[in-house]
Design a protein around this ligand. Structure first.
Ligand code: ADP
Ligand code: MG
Length: 321
């Protein structure tokens, strides 16, 4: 709506209210409602209309108390605006409060928890070194376990922090070369796996319109799992590809590792849910929850298919806007 039309509407509104004040009754009330409908239909927000209403009222009444009939018609006219306005502000306040809580949470996670953890690791390490020749095997093993638990907790903190930050930054939407990102992510993971060879198949030219940083985190998590859960497979194979399913482009990361029982398929995406225990393979149980949150932010879907000892495939969609 143009500025001119807006001020014209405000003027008409003021005139109608004046008519009401002068005893215009039903006719001017109906006109006021009509103006409200026109305003909303032409893109003026309810909040703006309520503000316009307030300005008009102040102008008419000055310091006078309104006549009772006018007061009632004004109350009727303004009530829905008032409620919408209030509801709107309350919702924003609640959102701000949640956002602030999340920030405080991230801050306390990263700072308050990290500092004592560093102290635990540092002093345990110091004891292990200082008493190296006096400790028996059992005590040495105990200290080793304390250090391993502290390292695991540090990983958990990192993963939780990453999860809590997925929703914070605005979502970027750019052309992202998913094939190149997958290749780079796998290269990096393989640098840590120098004793293994894994057959890699990455479909070329997979492009999405998405947030590149988040897509990289998504691929990192799925590929890290694929590498980890094929650790005992002598001829490991990891495939990243895409296919059309019911008119929708679906991407997948497939491996021929330990797989999983389909009856747990949904549970895997919840934080801290792990089917393969701590002792078997390291991890935090937050990777797939992070993947789900990233896919959710893009308005897509993610699901897993697998069978015990027969490998796993994780599918996801990243629809364009
Ligand atoms: N490629 C895979 N093959 C078999 N199981 C998997 C695979 N990816 C994930 N899972 C199962 O889902 C669980 C949750 O995965 P994730 O959230 O990434 O946690 P983490 O990798 O830290 O264990 C894993 O512990 C594992 O049981
Ligand atoms: Mg993982």
């Amino acid at each position: 709506m143009s500025d001119r039309r807006r001020s014209q509407l405000a003027h008409e509104y003021l005139t109608t209210l004046r008519e009401c004040a002068a005893g215009g009754g039903e006719r001017s009330l109906a006109h006021a409602y009509e103006l409200g409908r026109i305003a909303c239909g032409s893109g003026i927000g309810l909040v703006e209309l309520a503000t316009m209403h307030g300005v008009a009222l102040r102008e008419i009444l000055g310091t006078r108390a309104p006549p009772p009939a006018l007061e009632q018609c004004l109350v009727e006219a303004i009530a829905p605006f008032e409620m919408t306005h209030r509801g709107f502000h309350e919702a924003i306040e609640r959102m701000d409060a949640t956002e602030r809580e999340l920030e405080a949470f991230s801050y306390s996670v990263s700072h308050d928890l990290r500092a004592p953890l560093r102290t635990i690791s540092a002093f345990t390490q110091a004891i292990a070194e200082d008493l190296a020749d006096r400790l028996d095997d059992k005590s040495r093993d105990h200290l080793r376990r304390v250090l391993a638990a502290a390292a695991h907790m540090s990983d958990l903190i990192d993963a939780l922090l990453e999860l809590s930050q997925i929703n914070r930054a605005p979502l970027g939407r750019h052309h992202v070369d998913l094939s190149a990102l997958a290749a780079a992510a796998l290269d990096e993971l393989m640098r840590r796996e120098i004793t293994r060879t894994i057959e890699r198949v990455i479909a070329p030219n997979m492009v999405v319109e998405a947030d590149a940083r988040l897509v990289r985190i998504l691929l990192d998590n799925l590929l890290e799992n694929a590498v980890k859960f094929t650790a005992k497979q002598p001829a490991a194979r990891i495939e990243v590809g895409c296919e059309q399913q019911g008119g929708e482009l679906v991407f997948y990361v497939r491996d021929n590792g330990v797989g999983f029982d389909m009856k747990h398929a949904e549970r895997l995406f919840k934080p801290f849910q792990r089917l393969h225990g701590e002792r078997e393979l390291a991890g935090t149980g937050i990777g797939l929850a992070t993947v789900r949150r990233i896919v959710d932010r893009h308005g897509g879907r993610v699901w897993g298919e697998g069978a015990v000892s027969r490998g796993a495939t994780f599918y996801f969609t990243l629809p364009s806007r």
